[in-house]
Design a protein around this ligand. Structure first.
Ligand code: NAI
Length: 338
C-alpha cells in the first residue's frame, strides 16, 4: 500500500491511490457538497458510472470519511477527497463535469427561496473556483433555489469572462422523475416507460408538467390533471414534511442527479439523441432562463427543443410560472451585480 501511495501526484485525503496513473479512459467528475444528504448517495452512484474515470469529492466537512468509504467500491473510477476552501482548486482542476449539491436544504414551512441568502453565496464561491480552474467543464446546479442559483452562476462566469450558456445546466430532473412516477401510478404503467416533459423552473408553480404531451400518449380527466399537477409541483414539500425537519429529498434527488449527469456524459461522449429537461439560458420564452427539453452533445446544450402545443390549462400555468420565474432570475442577477 505504501508504494501505491507514493505514486500519487495530488495530495489526497484518501482514495484508491494505486489507480491514479493508470485511470481508465473516461470523464473526470467533481461533486461539490459531496458529504451532504444528496452528495453522498450521488457520489455512490457516480462511482458506479462506467463513464467516470476520476471522481473528486469536495465539501467543507466530512469528505475524508465519505471518500474512504466510496473508494472501496470495486468500480473503475479513481476517488479523491478534498476538504475545505483551500482544497477547492485542486478539486476542480481538470474536471469535465462539476455537479453542485452544496448548500442548505429546506425545513418544513420553508420555500426554496428562503434558502437564497445562504446558498447564493455558496454557489458564487464555487462558481468562481470553476471559472478559474475548469472553465470548460459542464456545470450541473442542484443547489436551491435553482431558479436563482443558475442565473447567479451565469453572472459569475460572465464576470470571469468564461460564460458559455451551453455548459451551465440547472438540474430539474427530479421533477421529471416524480412526474413519471406519479403519472405511472395513475395510468397503471411502469414508470420507466412514462415520459412527462416538465418545463418552467424548479419551485412551486414554476414547475409545469405538460400532461398533454405525456409519452405514451394518454388522456386524463380534469381531476387527474389537477391532482397530478399539484402533486408534481409539491413533491419536494411532500418529502420535506415527511422528513419533519431532517431535510429535503436526498435519495430520489441523488438518483435524478446521477441520471442527468449520465445524460451529460453520454452527450459529451458524442452519443446521439440525448434529450433531457433542464433549466438553461433559453430563448424559448421571453425569459433569459427556462426549463424545457434540451438536446445534449459534445458542447453541452446543443439544441433547445420547442415547447410543443400547450393546452389552455398549461398556457395559463405558463403565464403564472413566468411571473415568478422573472423575479427569481432578477434576484439572482442582482445578487452578483449589486
Ligand atoms: P445537506 O445539508 O445534507 O448537504 C449539503 C452539503 O453542502 C453539506 O455536506 C455541507 O457541508 C455542504 N456545503 C455547505 N457549504 C458548502 C461550501 N461552501 N462548499 C462546499 N460544500 C458546502 O443538503 P442536501 O439535502 O444535500 O441538499 C443540498 C442542496 O440541494 C440544497 O440547496 C437543496 O435545497 C437542494 N436540492 C435541490 C433539488 C433539485 O431538484 N434541484 C432537490 C433537493 C434538494
Amino acid at each position: 500500500a505504501s508504494s501505491h501511495r507514493q505514486m500519487e501526484e495530488v495530495p489526497l485525503l484518501m482514495g484508491s491511490n494505486c489507480r491514479a496513473k493508470g485511470a481508465a479512459p473516461g470523464f473526470k467528475v467533481a461533486i461539490l457538497g459531496a458529504a451532504g444528504g444528496i452528495g453522498q448517495p450521488l457520489a455512490l452512484l457516480m462511482k458506479m458510472n462506467p463513464l467516470v474515470s476520476v471522481l473528486h469529492l469536495y465539501d467543507v466537512v466530512n469528505t475524508p470519511g465519505v471518500t474512504a468509504d466510496i473508494s472501496h467500491m470495486n468500480t473503475g473510477a479513481v476517488v479523491r477527497g478534498f476538504l475545505g476552501q483551500p482544497q477547492l482548486e485542486n478539486a476542480l482542476t481538470g474536471m469535465d463535469l462539476v455537479i453542485i449539491p452544496a448548500g442548505v436544504p429546506r425545513k418544513p414551512g420553508m420555500t426554496r427561496d428562503d434558502l437564497f441568502n445562504i446558498n447564493a453565496g455558496i454557489v458564487r464561491t464555487l462558481c468562481e473556483g470553476i471559472a478559474k480552474c475548469c472553465p470548460k467543464a459542464i456545470v450541473n446546479v442542484i443547489s436551491n433555489p435553482v431558479n436563482s442559483t443558475v442565473p447567479i452562476a451565469a453572472e459569475v462566469f460572465k464576470k470571469a469572462g468564461t460564460y458559455d450558456p451551453k455548459r451551465l445546466l440547472g438540474v430539474t430532473t427530479l421533477d421529471v422523475v416524480r412526474a413519471n412516477t406519479f403519472v405511472g401510478e395513475v395510468l397503471g404503467l411502469d414508470p420507466r416507460e412514462v415520459n412527462v416533459p416538465v418545463i418552467g423552473g424548479h419551485a412551486g408553480v414554476t414547475i409545469l408538467p405538460l400532461l398533454s404531451q405525456v409519452n405514451p400518449a394518454c388522456s386524463f380527466t380534469s381531476e387527474e390533471v389537477n391532482h397530478l399537477t399539484s402533486r408534481i409541483q409539491n413533491g419536494g414539500t411532500e418529502v420535506v414534511e415527511a422528513k419533519a425537519g431532517a431535510g429535503s429529498a436526498t435519495l430520489s434527488m441523488a438518483y435524478a442527479a446521477a441520471k442527468f449527469a449520465d445524460a451529460c456524459l453520454r452527450g459529451l461522449r458524442g452519443d446521439a439523441g440525448i434529450v433531457e429537461c433542464s433549466y438553461v439560458a433559453s430563448q424559448v420564452t421571453e425569459l433569459p432562463f427556462f426549463a424545457s427539453k434540451v438536446r445534449l452533445g459534445r458542447s453541452g446544450v446543443e439544441e433547445i427543443l420547442p415547447l410543443g402545443l400547450l393546452n389552455e390549462f398549461e398556457r395559463a400555468g405558463l403565464e403564472n410560472a413566468k411571473k415568478e420565474l422573472a423575479q427569481s432570475i432578477q434576484k439572482g442577477v442582482s445578487f452578483i451585480n449589486k
